[in-house]
Design a binder for this molecule. Structure first.
Ligand code: ARG
Length: 417
C-alpha cells in the first residue's frame, strides 16, 4: 500500500528524531554492489550505514525489508512550469499564473516518482525561482530545484517566442533574455542571476518545438556564447546549451559550456571534443516517442513533428556512439513536453541504446550531481543528504524497476511509502 504523507507533515522544518531505514539492501551506485545494511538518518543527513545500528527509544524505525534502496534520482533537463497537456498554439491562452499553478502539481508528481533533485532549464518570468522558493520553505512539495530563469536566445531563435505575427509592440517589448551581441548577453546573465537563477541556459541552435527555426542552424556566434559562459562562470554559475546541430554543438563546447542539451547531431569529433573539455551530454532519448505519439493531439505543430521525425532517430544512434566513446552523460529528459513523473521511462531507452543499467542509474545520480556541482547528493553514503528511493525489483537486472518506485525520502523526510 502506498501512503502519501500529508502536506502538513512535510512542511515541518524541525526534525524530531533519528530515522532508521531497514531495507533489503542498499545499492552502491559507484560500484554496482548491493550492501546489506541499515541506514541511519539525522537532521536530513545519512549518518551511518551498517548492520545492527544502536537506536534509542525515540528513533523512528522504518521496516522496508522488501526494498532495495538507491539515491534519489536527478534530471538535468525539465520544465516544471506549464500545463503539459497543451502545446503550441493550444497553450497560448494560459497565463503565467495558470502555468505556475500547474508547476506546483508537476513538482509534486516529479518528487513522488523518485526524482529528488531536478534542473529547470528555461522558465518564463522567473516562475521557476518562485517554485523553488515555495518548495524550500515547505509551502509546497517538490524536488530540490536548480533553476535557470528565462533561457537566453537570439531574436527569432529557439529560445524566443515565435508564435505571434509582427506587431510594433513586439519590437518595443523585447524581453531581456533575447540578445544579439556579447554585451547584452552578459547583461542578460547578470539579470538572470539578480532575480534568482542558479544556472544559465541558452539556445545554441534551432529546435524541434519552436516555430520557424532550423535544428541545424547555429544560433549565437562564438563571441556571444563565450560572453555568456565567461560571465556565468565568473559568478560560479553552470551553463547548459540547447544544441541539436553539429556547428552549434561544437561552438558551444569550444565556448566552454558545462552541458550540451539534446546533442542530436553530435559526431565522433565533437564527442571527443566534449570528452577532452569535460563537457557533459544530456540527451533526451525518450521524448521523441512521446512527441510522435501524442504530440499532434496536444497541439504540437506539424512543422515540429516533421523535424522530430529526423532528430529522434539520429539522436539515439549518436547517444549510442557517445556511450561507446565513454563521454560523460547526465540524465536529462525534457519532461514538460511529456507528463511529469514519466521522466523515469527514459532509463529503459538509455539501456536499449547502449548503456548498462548501472550506467543509466549513474547518469541520474553521481553524474548529474557532478554536473550540478553538488557534492553531497547522488549516493547513499555517510555524510550525504538523505535523498533516498526504494524499489522492489533489482534495477540492475530490470531497469524498468525504476518505473515503479515505492519509497521516496527527500532530505530525511519520507514523502512516499
Ligand atoms: N526542447 C527540444 C526542442 O524543441 C526538444 C527536442 C525533442 N526531441 C528530441 N529528439 N530530443 O528542440
Amino acid at each position: 500500500m502506498f501512503r502519501l504523507f500529508s502536506l502538513a507533515l512535510l512542511s515541518f522544518t524541525v526534525y524530531s528524531s533519528d530515522v532508521l531505514l531497514q531495507p533489503k539492501s542498499v545499492l552502491d551506485v559507484k560500484t554496482g554492489a548491493f550492501v546489506s545494511a541499515d541506514v541511519l538518518i539525522r537532521d536530513g543527513k545519512i549518518i551511518k550505514i551498517a548492520k545492527n545500528i544502536q537506536t534509542t527509544s525515540s528513533t523512528e524505525i522504518v521496516k522496508i525489508e522488501d526494498l532495495i534502496l538507491l539515491p534519489g534520482l536527478m534530471d538535468a533537463h525539465t520544465h516544471l512550469i506549464g500545463d503539459t497537456s497543451k502545446k503550441g498554439y493550444a497553450s497560448i491562452g494560459n497565463s503565467i499564473f495558470f502555468s505556475t499553478i500547474h508547476g506546483v502539481k508537476n513538482a509534486e508528481k516529479t518528487l513522488l516518482s523518485g526524482f529528488t533533485t531536478v534542473r529547470m532549464v528555461g522558465a518564463p518570468e522567473f516562475a521557476d525561482v518562485a517554485l523553488k522558493q515555495a518548495i524550500e520553505e515547505g509551502t509546497i512539495v517538490g524536488p530540490r530545484l536548480i533553476v535557470s530563469g528565462p533561457a537566453l536566445g537570439i531574436s527569432g531563435g529557439h529560445c524566443d517566442s515565435n508564435l505571434f505575427p509582427f506587431s510594433k509592440d513586439s519590437l518595443n517589448n523585447t524581453p531581456h533574455q533575447i540578445v544579439d551581441n556579447p554585451w547584452d548577453a552578459r547583461k542578460a546573465v547578470r539579470i538572470n542571476r539578480k532575480f534568482g537563477a542558479d544556472l544559465i541556459k541558452f539556445c545554441a541552435t534551432g529546435g524541434v518545438m519552436s516555430k520557424n527555426t532550423d535544428v541545424n542552424a547555429k544560433q549565437f556566434t562564438f563571441e556571444e556564447m563565450e560572453a555568456i559562459v565567461s560571465e556565468a562562470h565568473n559568478h560560479g554559475m553552470k551553463v547548459a546549451a540547447h544544441a541539436h546541430g553539429l556547428e552549434g554543438i561544437k561552438t558551444a563546447i569550444r565556448a566552454g559550456v558545462d552541458s550540451i542539451e539534446h546533442a542530436s547531431f553530435i559526431d565522433s569529433e565533437a564527442i571527443q571534443m566534449a570528452i577532452d573539455k569535460g563537457t557533459y551530454l544530456s540527451m533526451d532519448v525518450y521524448v521523441s516517442d512521446y512527441i510522435l505519439g501524442d504530440g499532434a493531439k496536444k497541439g504540437i505543430l506539424e512543422e515540429s513533428l516533421e523535424k522530430e521525425r529526423t532528430v529522434g532517430k539520429i539522436q539515439r544512434l549518436n547517444f549510442k556512439k557517445a556511450v561507446e566513446a565513454g563521454a560523460k552523460i547526465a540524465f536529462g529528459t525534457d519532461a514538460g513536453i511529456f507528463p511529469h513523473g514519466d521522466n523515469r521511462k527514459q532509463f529503459a531507452y538509455m539501456v536499449e541504446w547502449g548503456m548498462t543499467p548501472l550506467q543509466a542509474i549513474q547518469a541520474a545520480t553521481i553524474n548529474a550531481a557532478d554536473l550540478f556541482g553538488m557534492n553531497e547528493i547522488g549516493q547513499i553514503k555517510e555524510g550525504f543528504i538523505a535523498d533516498i528511493i526504494g524499489v522492489r525489483v533489482n534495477p540492475l537486472e530490470n531497469i524498468r524497476s525504476l518505473e515503479s518506485v515505492s519509497f521516496v525520502m527527500k532530505e530525511g523526510r519520507i514523502v512516499l511509502q
